[in-house]
Write a new protein. Structure first.
Length: 141
């Protein structure tokens, strides 16, 4: 089984969490910014890169590394992979839009077609995240 290094970003603005849905893939549910660590890339660099690529937000502040959890990628149609997810808390700078659309121009995977994300801020307790992205959500204040 192949192990793939991933990063997950819990981006907050005050007491709210940034979440998104994928316009063209509604079955993917509610998620937070996340992605693959590139070869030789430090995980701290990867989380900031992925967060900016998927949200368009600049000047994100790295608050804390929260820990790691394995995720069976068979749940997302990758039966030969285990994702070693590294979770981080990031803060957005004010002002930030209430909701917006952003296109990720460099998605991972076989299909390199840009992906449209519909982003918005929600109360952390109402995040209702898919694919175990909420695994360490309770570790952010």
């Amino acid at each position: 089984m192949k192990r793939v290094q991933k990063v997950v970003a819990y981006i907050t603005l005050g007491d709210r969490l940034l979440v998104f849905t994928q316009r063209d893939y509604p079955d993917a549910g509610v998620q937070v910014p996340a992605g693959t660590v590139e070869t030789g890339e430090p995980i701290y660099t990867a989380v900031l890169r992925e967060a900016e690529e998927e949200t368009g937000l600049k000047n994100l502040k790295l608050v804390k590394y929260l820990g790691a959890r394995d995720f069976d990628a068979a749940k997302v149609l990758r039966p030969d992979e285990i994702h070693e997810r590294h979770f981080f808390h990031l803060e957005a700078a004010n002002p930030a839009p209430e909701q917006w659309q952003h296109w990720e121009m460099t998605p991972s995977g076989d299909d390199k077609t840009p992906v449209a994300f519909d982003l918005k801020w929600v109360e952390k307790k109402r995040a209702d995240l898919f694919y175990d992205f909420d695994a360490l959500l309770d570790k952010i204040a």
